[in-house]
Design a protein around this ligand. Structure first.
Ligand SMILES: [Zn+2]
Length: 121
């Protein structure tokens, strides 16, 4: 397969380059705004494993963490406080694509957490 063929702009015929931008990857023309964007999640979408997220080492007295967990998991403050407690079980179960979003939000909110089984994305 001639990979160069896919790096020619489909609009102006100019040179294009493959780039990853945020959560998408695609081929972008260097001369105009033409782009073919493909999802970066092709592998993750095929992953049918069920993952669990555990919050470990969260601080249930930290209002910021309680608020973040409440927003991320869609639970009220009381439930969020319990989820941040020391003996919380899994706080979220889902497929890889769902886990990806929740994990991102937890990382941004600096909530310590673990994912089982190992989440490689
Ligand atoms: Zn172009």
């Amino acid at each position: 397969m001639d990979t160069k063929a896919s790096y020619v702009c489909g609009s102006c015929g100019g040179p294009s380059e493959a780039r990853i931008q945020g959560s998408t990857q695609g081929v972008y023309c260097t001369q105009c705004d033409w782009a073919v964007v493909t999802t970066y999640f092709s592998e993750i979408k095929r992953d049918s494993a069920l993952y669990e997220i555990m919050i470990s080492g969260g601080d249930h007295r930290d209002q910021r963490q309680v608020k973040a967990v409440s927003e991320i998991l869609g639970v009220n403050f009381l439930a969020a406080r319990m989820l941040l407690g020391p003996s919380s079980g899994p706080v979220f179960k889902g497929r890889a694509t769902e886990i990806f979003g929740v994990r991102k939000a937890l990382v941004e909110a600096s909530i310590p957490h673990e994912i089982v089984p190992h989440f490689k994305y």
